[in-house]
Design a protein around this ligand. Structure first.
Ligand code: HEM
Length: 355
């Protein structure tokens, strides 16, 4: 069948098809530009968040953009069944579940001295028998220094601002939670081992049980090893890798254990703000034991290709109104994509300033 020509001599169905193609291409370009933040320069993007974490001489290629130094391990989560009362997550049913995890230090430089890290982390991937996973990346602090991802970004910019010596002071003055965090950092004793540290989710998550009842909770992994306080000055004199060497020795001698404690929110407890710790007397449920059985290679072991994204949750667990997990998820994806597409930069090469 012959198609009509318009005044430009185009065949109308061809013109319509061309217009559709142009619309699709322009639409895709606009969507890309929006996602990249080009149309809304003031919008916080995952890329900006990750870029803000870089040290002054640039990110270390091939490594996590935060919590870059760590040591991988394998173990199990031994659920006692008590968690099933508030969540139908498969790993809360009594049983033993596979764990891949990572002890780590906050900071973007994988060669940092262990004694210099105030914030230590524990990342876990707990695998249910049905293939569902619970991923969590926690720290030893009892609350976070800032209340929102925007404040986290502003905090990174203020701490990196060498042109304005008052930038950090001004930020702290308008963010009292930062002072509270500073007070914790200045008074909490350092331990000599990851095995003696308590790790906290800080964010609230919503658990739903088999009856469909939902509760907001936060969780912590509490060490069974008694903490031994060590003065900071003494830690500074230790081997730069003393924490990873110590935990490797301890785990080789005996499995190391932490109790999983779920803390249940009372009505009115803040769930959206990780700077606000809940009162100590909240109901607690001991749901099982993390058992670290074997230290694994960090550089090319099983943790290398895991993104400990805190929004990877099994059924019976979901994120709450806390805005951090979604922001972290997006930022971790950027970091993961970068580090897994780069060859690892040898830390010594970087320290000497060679390409
Ligand atoms: C908006 C705020 C945050 C940003 C932008 C951020 C960013 C990052 C990035 C980019 C990584 C590396 C991810 C990878 O390459 O796989 C990371 C790792 C980590 N972060 Fe965060 N983070 C934030 C908040 C938090 C909070 C609130 C906690 C603790 C409650 C936390 C604990 C950790 C831990 C433990 C790791 C190590 C994960 C691993 O072993 O792979 N982060 N973070």
């Amino acid at each position: 069948m012959k198609s009509r020509n318009n005044t430009y001599g185009f065949d109308i169905p061809v013109a319509a098809r061309l217009a559709t193609i142009v619309l699709i291409v322009v639409g895709a370009a606009l969507a890309f530009a929006y996602t990249a933040g080009w149309l809304t320069p003031s919008r916080l993007t995952p890329t900006k968040l990750v870029d803000s974490l870089a040290p002054p001489d640039g990110a270390v290629r091939g490594f996590r953009r935060n919590h870059a130094k760590g040591i991988c391990f394998a173990g199990t989560f031994e659920a006692n069944g008590a968690g099933a009362a508030i969540s139908r997550a498969p790993m809360f049913e009594a049983g033993s579940y596979r764990v891949t995890g990572r002890f780590n230090l906050a900071g973007p430089v994988p060669t940092m001295a262990d004694g210099s890290a105030r914030v230590r982390g524990l990342s876990l991937r707990i695998q249910g028998a049905d293939g569902q996973e619970w991923r969590t990346a926690m720290i030893n602090a009892p609350f976070f220094p800032v209340a929102t991802p925007h404040d986290f970004y502003a905090f990174q910019l203020a701490s990196a601002n060498k042109d304005d010596p008052n930038a950090m002071k001004q930020f702290a003055a308008s963010h009292p939670s930062l002072r509270a965090f500073g007070a914790w950092a200045g008074s909490e004793p350092y331990t000599e081992s990851y095995a003696e540290d308590r790790f906290n989710s800080l964010h609230s998550f919503v658990l739903t049980n088999a009856q469909g009842q939902s509760q907001a909770v936060r969780w912590s992994f509490i060490p069974t090893a008694a903490p031994l306080a060590v003065p900071k000055e003494e830690l500074n004199t230790r081997d730069p890798d003393f924490l990873s060497k110590e935990i490797a020795g301890r785990v080789a001698a005996a499995p190391q254990k932490w109790t999983l404690v779920l803390t249940v929110a009372a009505p009115g407890d803040p769930t959206a703000d990780p700077t606000q710790a809940w009162p100590e007397e909240r109901r607690k449920i001991e749901a099982g034991m993390l058992v670290v059985q074997r230290i694994e290679a960090e550089a090319d072991g099983p943790c290398r290709d895991i993104n400990f994204d805190p929004t990877v949750l099994p059924s019976g667990m979901r994120t709450s109104d806390d805005p951090f997990p979604a922001a972290r998820s997006a930022a971790y994806a950027v970091s993961f994509d970068r580090r897994t597409s780069e060859a690892q930069q040898h830390p010594r090469t970087r320290a000497q300033g060679k390409p």
